[in-house]
Write a protein that binds this ligand. Sequence first.
Ligand code: GLC
Length: 446
Amino acid sequence: MKKIFLILAVSLFTVTVFAQEVRTATRDYSDEQRDETDPVILKRLEDWKDLKFGFMAHWGIYSQWATVESWGLCSEPWIDRKDAPYDEYKRQYQALNTTFNPKRFNPERWAKAAAQAGMKYMVFTTKHHDGFCMYGTEETTYSTVNSSCPFFKNKNSDITKALTDAFRQHNMWIGYYFSKPDWHCPDYWAPEWATPDRNVNYTIADKPDRWRRYCDFTYNQIRELTHNYGDIDILWLDGGWVRPEWSVNDETRPWLGCSGQIQDINMPRIAKMARENNPDLLIVDRSVGGKYENYRTPEKQIPDTLLPYPWETCMTMGDSWSFVHNDNYKSTNQLIHMLCDVVAKGGNLLLNVGPTADGEIPAECLKRLEEIGIWMKDNGYAIYGTRPLKPYSKGRVRYTQSKDGLHRYGIYLLDDGEVPPSRVEIDGMVYRIKKKTKHAVVVELM
Ligand code: GLC
């Protein structure tokens, strides 16, 4: 009897100590904070750097209102809802799934336009912050494949699948934009409380199970995206306020809003699962840094000079990510110059279009894509697979070189409508122009 008591006491003591350890243990973040060192991923990143030019589309239920993607749902003071009362706006916005029916959606047409422009990869909004899924999820009914959405009967109702198949036909890499925060999921924005800002609206410390459920929901959705569509190349994660504690600094703390809560989604767990099928999947946990931000993504801006790490500028073709009427589209000349500038500084350009509610890429965008494609056909050799060359960018010239350093190029930018000259002077040398193309001409440097 004494012996049994002793065993019981010892095991109770062990259980208590163990439980305390579990309670006080914080995750070991040290590995997560370091840049990726896996040679498989690093090799893939080098291959990705060769692509230079990618296609992005922001498309969702918001396109029906020709308004900014998702943000109208968020009750932050900077958001302009054109005087509409918040609650009513939110109710109507969230019901946009019941009218989304893009009858003119033709995935092959999108893929062809991108491929002809010389784009080598795509990143598509599978789910934006509003939580509406443009793919075949079983985690929620809020999607294009559910009978609550009139498009569910269409053969392309799994829009992500349709686009993936079409872009693969053109040998393009497949990337998925996915928002970590989900403003439709009751485990992120709990319906019992108001939603004062973009962040989770309940106290995670008081409701750890609820947060765990949200982490599982996100994990499961990313599992669908990385397991149900073959070999995916890029997982592009947006919503940088959902981030682990170690990554919160003076710049990012204000993103956590009035409650200031850390929203750690457990990226190591997600990444491990996401790479089960795709061991060389690039993960872009935007703005977080460390192991799961394989490359960085300056938004709507081009850095002044070379950046010493892998990066991609994501850039809108107009002003807006999603379709709006009378968007202020950049000229073909501007877009080609941006591409040259980005490449000269060692980056990739991910150029975004906003398709209409009907499923069409606006004619203005198609025209620009076509014109860029014409230029790329003649001059792509100074873009694809190149690496930066000092001084990268000087006056009208952008410099690149082949990876083996045997060919060095000067890309001489021309003004809009400027007649291509027969000769250009670069660094004191005069070069004859072999191919007189609009927008910019390329010479091989001596
Ligand atoms: C910004 C926008 C977001 C968009 C993203 C694309 O963060 O707020 O809506 O999806 O840019 O880079």
